[in-house]
Design a protein around this ligand. Structure first.
Ligand SMILES: [Zn+2]
Ligand SMILES: [Zn+2]
Length: 96
């Protein structure tokens, strides 16, 4: 039986075709907070190895939109932002 957290309350849901719970970490890592556990509506689309994606289950709050039907988990969204920033810096060096 899948287990979710809704509004901070643990909830067990009945059903066979339920989405996985959101795995995004909430709160500070050091404070020992667990994953979000909300009902997910998205999967991380960050490409990992050839033809595969990160596929972390993400709820509405944690799926970071990066394009049409494309979402990244918070961790990969940071990497994505870093990559774009570096690219921007590189471009500005090449074209002063
Ligand atoms: Zn979440
Ligand atoms: Zn990811």
């Amino acid at each position: 039986m899948p287990f979710y957290k809704i509004n901070g309350q643990p909830v067990h849901m009945r059903g066979s075709k339920l989405p996985p719970a959101c795995v995004a970490a909430v709160g500070l890592a050091l404070s020992g907070q667990g994953p979000c556990m909300a009902i997910s509506g998205f999967l991380c689309d960050w490409p990992t190895v050839k033809g595969r994606t990160c596929d972390r289950a993400l709820c509405d709050a944690h799926a970071q939109p990066v394009g049409k039907n494309k979402h990244y988990c918070p961790e990969h969204f940071v990497q994505h932002k870093d990559a774009s920033r570096q690219l921007g810096l590189f471009t500005s060096l090449v074209q002063p």
